[in-house]
Design a protein around this ligand. Structure first.
Ligand code: NAP
Ligand code: MG
Length: 496
């Protein structure tokens, strides 16, 4: 890991950043300027343009023209793959810069930004670069005197809206498969964390990798996302964010051109420790880090820990011990375990949930308050918080808190564990720990979640699909599944 580039970052942040439309940086037409805040100290670190509706129209027109010209999707597949690999290489070359901006803007640890977010962004461009010439249609075994086959064509102009918790990584999750399949893109990062996407677009622009209009960057708040989701000339929307906004996007699609929408939404994922867990200490450690890294701002975090009674107190004590020893502070300090929450508003939302948990009668065994020690006074720090004896019908067990707050829930039987685990509006991920292989199969099958992890919570690989059930979303990202969602399948018949 290379050291952070703070001096470089402060220099870069001196100029106001703009929108990227049709291969050019433009201040747009709204006159609106948005401030980036460093959540470790509440200070403004940079400024960027907020887009108007006309700017979004211009970006969509540019993406449409770039798509219709065919320059990108008719380019040889090998060459398109080579260009995506160049983007991957450039992200690695700029890994320290990008991770510095991510950490300054989002508050996550520099080492998390470097090793997780930016590393994965580079890796996923490389992964999808390899798919450009490997994804194709099928021969259909139809009856009669016909030949029938399917083709997989790019959809066209894709609107992509990403959240603030993994800003560059989520942008890369969406850009790389869309581009691999020959689409053009209008991307909107969260207004809370736009810096890393701006820098990524600069890097791609400077290297001249993509024809003008193939990728466009629109900055601004949620209303700017609405201009994309309601646009009559956007062919598809891919969204990662909250369930509330996800539902709105479905309405927007229905009220405009019925564009397909893929949704990666919230979660309240259960993590079940049975008394026969193979390595209880390991299960406790992993269950802790599964939630509390990236300051708990993770959609698939195991936020409901279900523990069988014989090991219940041991697990509660073990988790509380990790939480109480956690050091909060400057995300660039290697001795620190947890940075600030992403924004003041988000910190306040988490603290409100903590008060609700106390009022609902859950037993607080760690944290439960804002950390204002020493140099943390101006930042948005929340102590890792563990509630024991939580009942699954409490608000803190049902609603997504999206911060460093764990609910521990006791259970007696396997049946009860499955019932509690599935008693949620969400279905993103689930975990279970057991030494009984028959139980592992039985419970994994019954858990109503898009990913089930047995004896190791939180496994991610581009080869394995990611996406939730129920109100956690529609569709899958990663692997071949992302490619399917960025193509339209056509059946062609020829009579002979
Ligand atoms: P959010 O409020 O839904 O925002 C997500 C994105 O949508 C941001 O770019 C946001 O812009 C934009 N947006 C807000 N309102 C919009 C609207 N009416 N129309 C179109 N776009 C709109 O979510 P968040 O609070 O930033 O992110 C946290 C949520 O994301 C959590 O619920 C979490 O579980 C979910 N998440 C899910 C996954 C997954 O893969 N399943 C991954 C990460 C996060 P502004 O931020 O500028 O308002
Ligand atoms: Mg910020």
């Amino acid at each position: 890991m290379r050291p952070a580039k703070l001096e470089w970052a402060y220099e870069w942040l001196k100029t106001t950043k703009h929108l990227y439309i049709n291969g050019k940086w433009t201040p747009g037409s709204s006159g609106k300027v948005i401030e980036s805040v460093n959540p470790a100290n509440g200070k403004v670190i940079g400024r960027f343009t907020g887009a108007s509706k006309e700017d979004v129209d211009a970006a969509v027109r540019a993406a449409r023209a770039a798509f219709e010209s065919g320059e990108w999707h008719e380019m040889s597949r090998k060459e398109r793959g080579r260009r995506l690999r160049m983007i991957s290489d450039l992200i690695r070359q700029h890994q320290d810069e990008l991770a510095t901006l991510e950490s300054l803007d989002n508050g996550k640890l520099y080492r998390e930004a470097y090793m997780d977010d930016v590393q994965e962004a580079a890796d996923i461009f490389e992964y999808y670069a390899g798919w450009t010439d490997k994804y194709y249609g099928e021969y259909n075994p139809v009856e009669g005197n016909f030949v029938s086959w399917t083709t997989r064509d790019p959809i066209g102009v894709c609107g992509q809206i990403v959240p603030w918790n993994f800003p560059i990584d989520m942008a890369a999750w969406k850009l790389s498969p869309a581009l691999a399949m020959g689409n053009t893109v209008v991307l909107k990062p969260s207004s809370v964390t736009s810096l890393s996407a701006i820098r990524l677009f600069e890097i791609i622009h400077e290297a001249g990798i993509l024809p003008p209009g193939v990728i466009n960057l629109i900055l601004g708040e949620g209303s700017v996302g609405t201009y994309i989701s309601t646009h009559m000339d956007v062919d598809k929307v891919s969204f990662t964010g909250s369930t509330v906004v996800g539902k709105q996007l479905v309405h927007d699609s229905a009220d405009s051109n019925l564009k397909p929408v893929t949704l990666e939404l919230g979660g309240k994922s259960p993590n079940i420790i049975f008394a026969d867990a193979p390595n209880l200490e390991g299960a406790i450690e992993r269950s802790f880090y599964g939630l509390f890294t990236h300051k708990g701002e993770k959609c698939s975090a195991p936020t409901r820990l279900l523990v069988q009674r014989p090991v219940y107190e041991q697990v509660v004590e073990g988790i509380a011990k990790y939480a109480n020893s956690y050091k909060l502070g400057d995300p660039f300090d290697p001795a620190i375990d947890q940075g600030p929450q992403v924004s003041q508003a988000h910190m306040e939302r988490i603290l409100r949930y903590i008060e609700i948990g106390k009022a609902e009668g859950a037993r607080l065994v760690a944290g439960g308050y804002r950390d204002t020690e020493g140099s943390n006074a101006e930042g948005f720090f929340v102590r890792p918080t563990v509630f024991a004896d939580v009942k699954n019908n409490m608000t803190i067990a049902q609603e997504e808190i999206f911060g460093p707050v764990l609910c521990v829930i006791p259970f007696d039987t396997e049946e009860e564990a499955v019932q509690i685990a599935n008693d949620t509006i969400y279905g993103l991920a689930a975990g279970l720990w057991t030494n009984d292989v028959a139980r592992a199969h039985r419970v994994a099958k019954r858990l109503n979640a898009g990913q089930v992890f047995v004896n190791r919570y939180g496994c991610y690989d581009f080869a394995s699909p990611f996406g939730g059930f129920k109100q956690s979303g529609w569709g899958k990202e990663y692997a071949i599944h992302s490619l399917a969602s960025y193509t339209k399948m056509k059946a062609i018949w020829i009579a002979h």
